[in-house]
Design a protein around this ligand. Structure first.
Ligand SMILES: [Zn+2]
Length: 224
């Protein structure tokens, strides 16, 4: 079992000495503001150390036999693409298909938001997202599209199970997914919303859907 320490060992919780402020905050090693309150500027005092926590061990075995890939069609935001790279790395996504105007790791600014995950996840660029969707279907993948509409069902009502092969496609932040890709979809899914906004940030939505699908694809007895 391999693990890495998640926090530097010398982190500490500090508190503002002014009771009217009362800010409680962590100071990481090398952070210079530890002596002064970042909220009001008063002196602070040491409360307690932060002990390093082990990250959960990597579990590459968890999804053996099932396959999940992601298709980003014409995403504009470098930040969103970087966020999906991090989620894809965490969820063991085999391939990120970057289509149309979607930024790729060739662009240096993407690395800043992906924090290195762009080097861990296999990716492929397609000028034409519909061609990608067609190719994946030809390779016996089910094409699932993350989108609203009358055909769309809650992703939480979907249980693809062991051995499934899925490409989850998500479209442009404002225009949605290309209708040519929609025509090829075997399923349209969405994240149910309680609040007033009607939708999540698209990178967050992809991440939630991907982890739900991964949970369904996993051997339940080995989730842990
Ligand atoms: Zn303060």
């Amino acid at each position: 079992v391999t693990h890495h320490s998640g926090l530097p060992s010398e982190s500490a919780i500090h508190s503002c000495s002014d009771p009217a402020c009362g800010l409680r905050f962590p100071v990481a090693p090398g952070e210079r503001f530890g002596g002064r309150c970042p909220r009001c500027g008063e002196h602070t005092f040491f409360v307690r150390p932060v002990l390093p926590q082990m990250l959960p061990p990597a579990r590459p075995d968890l999804w053996a036999g099932a396959s999940l890939q992601i298709l980003l069609d014409n995403w504009r935001s470098m930040f969103n693409v970087g966020a999906v790279f991090r989620s894809a790395d965490g969820a063991g996504i085999e391939m990120l298909h970057l289509c149309g105007i979607t930024p790729t790791p060739v662009q240096p600014r993407l690395a800043k938001t992906a924090l290195g995950a762009e080097q861990q996840v296999a990716w492929r660029y397609w000028a034409d997202g519909e061609a990608c969707a067609r190719a994946m279907r030809g390779d016996s993948y089910e094409l699932w599209v993350l989108e609203g509409g009358s055909e769309s069902v809650s992703v939480f009502d979907c249980a693809p199970g062991l051995g499934s092969k899925i490409v989850l496609a998500a479209g442009h932040e404002r225009s949605g997914v290309d209708p040519g890709i929609m025509d090829l979809a075997s399923r349209v899914v969405h994240i149910p919303m309680i609040g007033s906004k009607g939708s999540l940030n698209v990178a967050v939505a992809v991440s939630v859907a991907v982890y739900w699908l991964r949970g369904q694809q996993a051997q339940k007895s080995s989730l842990g």
